[in-house]
Design a protein around this ligand. Sequence first.
Ligand SMILES: Cc1cc2nc3c(=O)[nH]c(=O)nc-3n(C[C@H](O)[C@H](O)[C@H](O)COP(=O)(O)O)c2cc1C
Length: 326
Amino acid sequence: MISASTKRFLKDTGSRVPIVCGPMYPGSNPELVAAVSEAGGFGVVQPIALTRLYGHDYREGLRLIKTLTDRPFGVNITILPKTAASAKYAKMNEDFADIAIEEGVPFLLTSLGKPNDIVEKAHANGVKVYHDVHNAKLAGRAYEAGVDGLNLLNNGMGGQTGAYTAEEIITAVKPLVPEDFPLMCAGGVSTPDQLKHLQDLGYAGAQLGTRFLATHEAKITDAYKEAIVKASSSDIVWTNKMAGTNSSVINTPMVSEGGLRTNAFVSFLLRTPATKALTRLYLLQGALEKYDQAAFDPDVQYWQAGKGVDGISNILTCKEVISQFE
Ligand SMILES: Cc1cc2nc3c(=O)[nH]c(=O)nc-3n(C[C@H](O)[C@H](O)[C@H](O)COP(=O)(O)O)c2cc1C
């Protein structure tokens, strides 16, 4: 029996199967996003991957996806503070949201910040908003801001990871929202059995990243895809050296060289309120450069992946992945 929250998620996204392909840098090329939606799941665009990494003009990239599928897809918007260090990026993300709405994208997945303003604008245009959170406090705030659903980030996910298990975070968030409010699980999911277990816990569905990297449609190197297939969860480590916060990656020699944590000086800068934002921005720039190379050069092995690698034993098409969950 399909739950009320799953029904709401399917209605909000227009998808047939409660599986999202999360925004990924690298990984979210237009062909991947389109293939997931076309197969009955729901693809979400990572705007910087679309533009900087895969070289599309943003609006044209969205239009390209629309030529590849008639099915709906979403866009990820990062809400940044308008401080001197990040004002330019905050404005860029506001433009990403405005253009998505103009192009008829029906769904925004927001990350960081307070979603109040974007919810107002999106709802005025009939667009749904789900927000990424990694703890109950942020979940409560986002719910109060009027979001349509929440993406609960857990400690099994690839990319920048959460701190709690999927069980811990839903236990803390569920009492804060109505029974049919969609809560999505982001992290560590790659098999239908896992989805079933999560739905028993009260999740509406799951957002997957790592599973979709090991597909024919993902534009990353074969070496990266094969490393995901070969890896087990004991090969997944956290490092804060890439982006200043914990990123979940495969423990290759390139990653482990010199240790997984920032040195004492950088750690101090990351802890100090006056230097924290700029230091993170600086590290993030460096991380993007590494991820750019890792997407296209098999010898650059900064491979982000989550603990769901245990359930990934072959490279499939998106259609094959989605059909496993039907
Ligand atoms: C290579 C990679 C890059 C990612 N980049 C982003 C990103 O730029 N923005 C974001 O919101 N999430 C990002 N994520 C997280 C995914 O959207 C998704 O929530 C996560 O991968 C789910 O966990 P899983 O990898 O265990 O399936 C990334 C994940 C991976 C594996």
